[in-house]
Design a binder for this molecule. Sequence first.
Ligand SMILES: *Cc1c(COP(=O)(O)O)cnc(C)c1O
Length: 397
Amino acid sequence: MDKLAITGGKPVRKKLLKYGGQWIEKDDIRAVMNILKSDFLTTGPSVAEFEQMLAEYVGAPYAVAFSSGTAALHAACCMAGIGPGDEVITTSLTFAASANCILYCGASPVFADIDENTYNIDPASIESKITNKTKAILPVHFAGQPVDLSAIMDIAARHGLIVIEDAAHALGAEYGSQKIGSGGNMACFSFHPVKHITTGEGGAVTTHDAALYEKLVQFRSHGIIRDPGSLTLQSGAWYHEMQFLGYNYRLTDFQAALGISQFRKVDRFLGLRREYAALYTEAFKDMRELSLPSQSPASLSSWHLYTIRLNTRCLNADRREIYDALWKENIGVNVHYLPVYLHPYYKQLGYETGLCPKAEQLYEELLTLPLFPRMSRKDVNDVITALKKVLHYYSKL
Ligand SMILES: *Cc1c(COP(=O)(O)O)cnc(C)c1O
């Protein structure tokens, strides 16, 4: 067996392979340059065109672009009427932004535990956390695999709750035969460079509700409105009024131009993610040292992340040692996620270890493998070689 790089052997590859990243090509650069030379730098025709593309792609009547996925989540929570005294149930295994947006509104995040097979929020745990203060459910389509939406919609209907989907991992993912974002709920997307397509920073909300759409647009720009039909006072043509407290969460036009250019490639990017994910699954499916995330037959993942779960009973090393050994092989694995409530800020708010035992256990064993469209098949094979090399070395079998 080859000596591990961490014990002085030769690494599987010379150059570090990161776990994710954007793919910017010449046409993307040209698209941005054209807008830089135009009359619009901030919100202009490209933003509207980008919103139209997203709405059509997911199959929703409306999309509103924001300066980030986090801003989109904040807007969706605020415009859903979430405020002080309310509780919103979200998953524990997610990026902090999924819960921070609840705090921004003055409401309290309530963390549900996960389903051990899919790593998504467990509907039974949601049900057990409902109180008379619960206002909304904020599920996250972890790694791009859709949550059990019909179970969640059923809980929401029975308890009169709003559903806001954190779809930051799920552009192009399908539930039933529908794309995520096409449902009756607000769904929030992110266009951060590690996501499916990028605008640098950026996000969006899709919705079916015309009134919500208008409010989201207003929230994005200070709560200010200019449409003469919606003004409470009338004055000169210069007149606009601020009707509620909004923010400056606008996306720039050159970012939207990048988004439009990237959108033309979304199916190619998704196809590569799915192809590489299938290569990993084929390579690892019989390895007892790890388990793969099970895929629900009712849905199609957009494979934002490829996560493996280490079977520590079969290994002479913990996740940290495996992680360090893989980095020495120049494979930039990552970990998604520390349960949100274990961050020091949340602990100081009073959340305690033990709240969601399944998420806490899973966190100890998870590892995210590199997966992004710009990687080559050679890169995929390097990951497979390195993971097998490291796990065989530490295997108890
Ligand atoms: C990326 C991400 C966000 C936030 O997106 P930004 O665009 O970085 O603000 C929110 N939720 C999840 C689960 C994410 O992965």
